[in-house]
Design a protein. Structure first.
Length: 256
C-alpha cells in the first residue's frame, strides 16, 4: 500500500469519526441528492440546494451511487470550498473545489492506489484551463478548455513521448494536427477547419514526405501525389469532392 493511499484512508477514517460525533448530531447524516431542489441562475454559475423549502446549511454526506458518497460544506444552499468524494470503503476518489454551489478551481480524481488519474480546472461551473489524464502516474493526454469546451492545444502521449498534437477552437479541431513516431519525427500533418479535413494533408516516411493530398469538407479535392524515397514524384491522382477523376476532368472543373 502506498504512502499516499494510506494517508487518504486515514483522512477518510477521521471524516467518518467526525460524521458520527456529536458535532454533527443536529444535521442529517445523509441526504439523497434526488430529494433536493436545485435552483440554478440563468447562466448556471450558481446553484442553490434546498430541502422542504429551506436552503441547506452545514456539512452533509450525500450518496453519489451505491458505492460512493460526497462530503460537502454548504452555506446558504451553496456548496462552498473543498469537497471530497469517497468510496464506501473509505478510499478517496475525488477532491474538488466549489464556489457559489458550482465547481470552481482544481478537481482531482484518484485511482485505487491513491494516484491522480484525472486533473481538471473549473471556473463558474465549467471547465476552464488545463485538463490532464494519467495512467500509472504517466501523463496520457493534456488539453486546454475554455467555457466548457476544448479550446487550445490537445496533446496525447505514448510513454514519455509526444504521440499526437492538435489545435481546438470551440470543441472542434482547427488548424494543423500532427502525429509523431517513436523517434519523434512527424508521421502526418493534416489541416482542419471546424473538425473537417480542409487543405493540405501530408504523410512522411523516415522523415521524408511520401504522400500529400488536398481536402475540402473532409473529402479529397484536388491533386494527390505520392513520392519515391528520393523525393521524386511517383504518380499523381485527381479528385473532385471525394470522387477520383481523370486529369482532363479535373482541369475542366478548374477552368469553369
Amino acid at each position: 500500500m502506498t504512502l499516499m493511499k494510506s494517508l487518504h484512508q486515514l483522512a477518510a477514517v477521521m471524516v467518518m469519526l467526525l460524521l458520527s460525533s456529536g458535532a454533527y448530531a443536529q444535521l442529517p447524516e445523509e441526504i439523497q441528492w434526488k430529494h433536493l431542489v436545485k435552483t440554478y441562475t440563468a447562466d448556471s454559475t450558481q446553484l442553490v440546494l434546498s430541502l422542504n423549502g429551506k436552503p441547506l446549511q452545514g456539512k452533509y454526506k450525500i450518496p453519489l451511487d451505491e458505492k460512493s458518497f460526497a462530503l460537502y460544506d454548504i452555506n446558504k444552499g451553496m456548496i462552498t470550498g473543498e469537497a471530497f468524494w469517497y468510496t464506501n470503503g473509505g478510499n478517496l476518489e475525488c477532491k474538488l473545489h466549489y464556489r457559489r454551489g458550482v465547481r470552481d478551481g482544481l478537481k482531482e480524481n484518484y485511482d485505487n492506489n491513491g494516484q491522480v488519474w484525472l486533473r481538471q480546472e473549473y471556473k463558474g461551473g465549467r471547465q476552464n484551463g488545463i485538463s490532464e489524464m494519467y495512467n500509472g502516474g504517466r501523463l496520457v493526454n493534456k488539453s486546454e478548455y475554455k467555457d466548457g469546451k476544448k479550446h487550445g492545444l490537445f496533446l496525447t502521449y505514448a510513454g514519455d513521448r509526444l504521440s499526437t498534437e492538435s489545435s481546438y477552437e470551440n470543441d472542434q479541431r482547427n488548424g494543423v494536427s500532427k502525429t509523431y513516431g517513436p523517434d519523434g519525427q512527424v508521421i502526418t500533418e493534416t489541416n482542419y477547419v471546424d473538425d473537417l479535413k480542409s487543405g493540405l494533408s501530408i504523410s512522411y516516411m523516415m522523415g521524408k514526405k511520401n504522400m500529400e493530398s488536398t481536402f475540402k469538407n473532409d473529402k479529397k479535392h484536388g491533386i494527390s501525389r505520392m513520392y519515391k524515397p528520393d523525393g521524386t514524384l511517383l504518380f499523381e491522382s485527381y479528385f473532385l469532392l471525394g470522387q477520383k477523376v481523370t486529369k482532363a476532368e479535373f482541369e475542366k472543373y478548374e477552368d469553369n
